[in-house]
Design a protein around this ligand. Sequence first.
Ligand code: DQQ
Length: 575
Amino acid sequence: MSTMAIPSLCLFLLFSLFIGQAVVQLEASHHVFQNLETSQPVSESEPYRTGYHFQPRKNWMNDPNGPMIYRGIYHLFYQYNPKGAVWGNIVWAHSTSTDLVNWTPHEVAIYPSQKSDINGCWSGSTTMLPPGRPAILYTGIDPNNKQVQNLAVPKNLSDPFLTEWVKSPRNPLMAPTVINQINSSSFRDPSTAWLGPDKIWRVIVGSQINHKGLAILYRSKNFVNWTEAKHPLYSLEGTGMWECPDFYPVATESVHGINTSKVGSSIKHVLKVSLDDTQHDHYTIGKYDIFTDKYAPDEGQTQSESGLRYDYGKFYASKTFFDNVKHRRILWGWINESSSQEHNIKKGWSGLQAIPRKIWLARSGKQLIQWPIVEIEKLRINPVHFPSKILEAGSVVEVKGITASQADVEVSFKIPKFEKVEVLDPSWTNPQLLCSQKGASVKGALGPFGLLVLSSKSLEEYTAVFFRIFKDHEKYVVLMCSDQSRSSLDATNDKTTYGAFLPVDPVHKKLSLRSLIDHSIVESFGGGGKACITARVYPTLAIDDAAHLYAFNYGTEKINIASLRAWSMKKAHVN
Ligand code: DQQ
């Protein structure tokens, strides 16, 4: 036996024991990067660094990877470039938290060290193997730049921070071959696996064949030997590469989350794919048949650009996990920059994670609802409250008494009269286009009304998050917009306006809006989380204490603020 073969044999034994019941202590066969994320001090005076969003101390971050809770500790891994503020040299960086708000960084968890990942450790997910041992499946880029799927497990399960991970000596466990005819550059991002009543694990991997998006299905009895199923879990022509697929059950009669392996009555399934062509995360709600291993979206749902989105602004490569302590499903999503690469390199970092969101099925069964995790509310200070107030036509009212660059605001509007409502033109089917044609400065009847956030004192800069109401035959249609066109005097940023239709009946319900504002990000939740829009903005005047918050109504009709509550947000300890 060669000397090289001995560590491999040891690792093989470790894996056999791990995947079985016992856990052994064994030296990891790889070295660890030292102090990767804390080697350089970071300037405190950066106007775009956030106060309470997840970001590393410096450099590039993209997809959230393998989120989980283990022994009461939340873990987040993420795609990270240790060498700069642009994508490249991708490893799995790692942080932990007890509250999903404050985060401690650890050494890089997974980095190129085997043939099967020597050119990069790309996205993947964690699965809890019963009775609670985490296992990571991730995409490795091999020496021929082929995408393959690998397994890593914690070195020491008694360490709740799980700082060291060992890779299976059997990697890669899933690979493109001549026989399976999988395209080796379109085969990535294994999901969390689920266990059938037949004791067989299933996992999906994102792919495409001739521009048909697919969630390729693999099965395994032991989590090591995986066999491709004859058919994908689901596929759709014309949708391109499906990145970061996520597949999970949601309860039909409860807002609680459920374990990924759960099937049965009172359960629907969600398939989310990140469409590489458009960089949007789309989901469908549907039925999963565990016996045929096929998924079918419900009628009216489509896994394409015209289907539902988690977020109608910037939000990509998202992933959920089941928090079995608080019985909820939590969604993480990557928020890319809207500034130039040159700008990103100069500031030394790129990418944020959205505030984690609790996610559940709406009562209608036709969409999901998202809401920022309740823990974020412990950062709220200096509450300001407007009781009910009339917003006259053409008015702008300042919300004073908070730090408007780092804030949380919840407002709800009541529409007193609908007589003058504008009629919806039948060609106005694209809400993003409609929001950009009818931006905040375009006066209407019922709207635009909403918030001007990250605004300079004299309104040279602001991001407008607002509603407009239209009439479509006997129904009213609510449009929710996030208009970035005046967000910065810097012309080099992408200032695309975003929009969504909000399924709320404004006659019988108040129209609510919550915005989480954090220096260079605005996450907005309409109708209690029925439509979400996230925007990245880079004000040049509305910075720190010079930022202001206003409520506005540029329509010709009065609007009532039923209630407005706002808070400054304390800084979280993030990495
Ligand atoms: N990012 C990863 C890939 C994934 C893409 C690489 C999605 O695994 O498909 O950093 O943003």
